[in-house]
Design a protein around this ligand. Structure first.
Ligand code: HEC
Length: 98
């Protein structure tokens, strides 16, 4: 019984850590340009003509690709140093922006 409880707690803890990871990554790696809410209403976002990411039609996979490789013809450069898991988490966070 105790073992099952510990296992459940571990699953619950890792689940929330994953969800928070995307939000934290977005804050540290993307928000300077895209704004904390993804709407791009930051001085940098305005200067770079960033469109709102809230309600984007891009799929999570497309968002992860833009983050990893950049968007050709714009100032969106490849964001370095993100693992595939982190790209997935940050893309999922972008999809959750309203
Ligand atoms: C240096 C500023 C900057 C940073 C940092 C930045 N972006 Fe961007 N991003 C831009 C600009 C500029 C564009 C191009 C204009 C546009 O499409 O909104 C863009 C475009 C995008 C697009 C394409 C939007 C579309 O509709 O085509 C996605 C997706 C995106 N960024 C995701 C991210 C994610 C995720 C991060 C963090 C991992 C990030 N960006 C970090 C500046 C930035």
């Amino acid at each position: 019984m105790k073992k099952i409880l510990v296992a459940l707690l571990l699953v619950a803890a890792s689940g929330t850590a994953f969800a928070e990871d995307g939000a934290a990554l977005f804050k540290s790696k993307c928000a300077a340009c895209h704004g904390p809410d993804g709407k791009g209403a930051t001085p940098m976002g305005k200067a770079l003509k960033v469109k709102s990411l809230a309600g984007t039609k891009l799929s999570a996979a497309e968002i992860a690709k833009v983050a990893a490789e950049g968007k050709p013809g714009t100032r969106m450069v490849a964001i370095k140093g993100l693992s595939p898991e982190q790209l997935k988490a940050v893309a999922a966070h972008v999809k959750s922006l309203k």
